[in-house]
Design a protein around this ligand. Structure first.
Ligand code: PMP
Length: 380
């Protein structure tokens, strides 16, 4: 008999795992990391009184006890802020876990066929990864030439593939733009007409960066799309606004759906330290977080202006970023640029499927300046 583990792995691990790889970013140390759409460091921006509140909240956690299974304090703080009921929320260990819980819940094969996830492409990679782990087939529909939803193609894919779940990230990652509201609404309508209907996830991880005077949705959010549409859920996270270490994400949805998701959620998924820190972040530190987001939005404007100015020499496609990152089109192979930036201590994100593009997260003013300086050199 050959190695029993080899036989078990060959027979029991889903075939889809052969396409997957562990998620490992570039772990080398770079003085300027603009590769992960994190916010710049938050702690240095806190006033002494704010820092004291933060430390006191963490210091009050009793490590011998399991965290609150229902995350009641955080649930209540979030529900109040969002204007929804406590029973309209599932809170998880980042949106990543929420995606997993949602897909675990909707994984029933229909008519003997694997369930389907429908995603525009490119979009956030974890939709695909989680879908494959949970036995879904993934249908992706390319975005149009303006990186917006190709509505006709999305509607046709809905009718043809009858997905269980559709993921729409707006602003989208990695393209950084919002999707047109009427296109999102048309997809929601079509999803309701299917039998069975598809769940539409509006992923607003980058919402905090799009609100403002030029907001294409004029202040409306995914929450507004829920009215009369119980098959719509909204996903958000604290990760992009300076709190990625907490791993706190949540989903807003109809209580009937939340009731099912809560069966799939691990009871102690959300560490007590994260719950405590998130409660103060939404309460006494809300002003500090707002300042941080405002600074990032200002730095983004400066970065975009500088890149546009550089575009005069050789064209760059800077687009219209609504997230805390820029989807930069170089008009030429990005690989040597990425290499040159790394040599200069700056890490950005590149994508095999888009060999002339870079995704650059907005850092501090100093970090953006280092990026711009290095970029000007390597482009020359
Ligand atoms: N949604 C989108 C669109 C994202 O880009 C990301 C992070 N890259 C997430 C969700 C994941 O957020 P979290 O850190 O809460 O798991």
């Amino acid at each position: 008999m050959s190695d029993p583990l080899a036989r078990a792995l060959a027979a029991r691990v889903p075939a889809s795992f052969s396409e997957l790889h562990p998620y490992v970013p570039d772990l080398a140390s770079f003085p300027v990391r603009l590769d992960a759409n994190e916010a710049p460091a938050l702690l240095p921006t806190l006033r002494d009184d704010e820092r004291a509140v933060w430390l006191a909240a963490l210091g009050a956690v009793e490590p011998a006890r399991y965290p609150d299974v229902r995350a009641r304090a955080l649930r209540h703080a979030l529900a109040t802020r969002l204007g929804v009921g406590d029973d309209e929320l599932t809170i998880g260990c980042g949106s990543d876990e929420i995606i997993q819980i949602l897909l675990a819940t909707f994984a029933r094969p229909a008519n003997g066929r694997a369930p389907v996830v429908l995603v525009p492409s490119p979009s956030f990679v974890m939709y695909r990864v989680s879908a494959r782990v949970h036995g879904y087939d993934v249908v992706d529909v390319p975005l149009d030439s303006a990186w917006d939803l190709d509505l006709d193609a999305m509607l046709a894919a809905l009718r043809e593939h009858r997905p269980a779940v559709v993921f729409l990230a707006t602003p989208n990652n990695p393209t950084s733009g919002v999707f047109a509201r009427d296109r999102v609404e048309a997809i929601i309508e079509e999803a309701a007409r299917l039998e069975p209907p598809a769940i539409v996830v509006v992923d607003e991880a980058y919402l905090p960066f799009r609100l403002g005077p030029q907001d294409p949705w004029q202040g409306a959010t995914g929450l507004d799309l829920r009215a009369g549409n119980p098959h719509v859920v909204v996903m958000r996270t604290l990760s992009k606004i300076g709190l990625a270490a907490l791993r706190v994400g949540w989903l807003v949805g109809d209580p009937r759906l939340i009731g099912e998701l809560e069966k799939a959620r691990l009871p102690y998924d959300l560490p007590a330290y994260s719950q405590a820190a998130a409660v103060v972040a939404l309460g006494p530190l809300a002003g500090a977080i707002e300042r941080h987001v405002a600074t990032i939005v200002e730095e983004r404007a400066r970065l975009v202006a500088a890149l546009r100015a550089m575009s005069a020499a050789a064209p760059l496609d800077v687009g219209r970023p609504d997230g805390n990152f820029v989807w930069l089109g170089l008009g030429r192979d990005s690989a040597p640029v990425v290499r040159g930036l790394k040599e200069r201590g700056v890490l950005v994100r590149s994508f095999a499927a888009f060999p002339t593009r870079l995704r650059v997260s907005v850092g501090t003013g100093a970090e953006c300046a280092r990026f711009l300086e290095a970029f000007a050199e390597v482009r020359a």
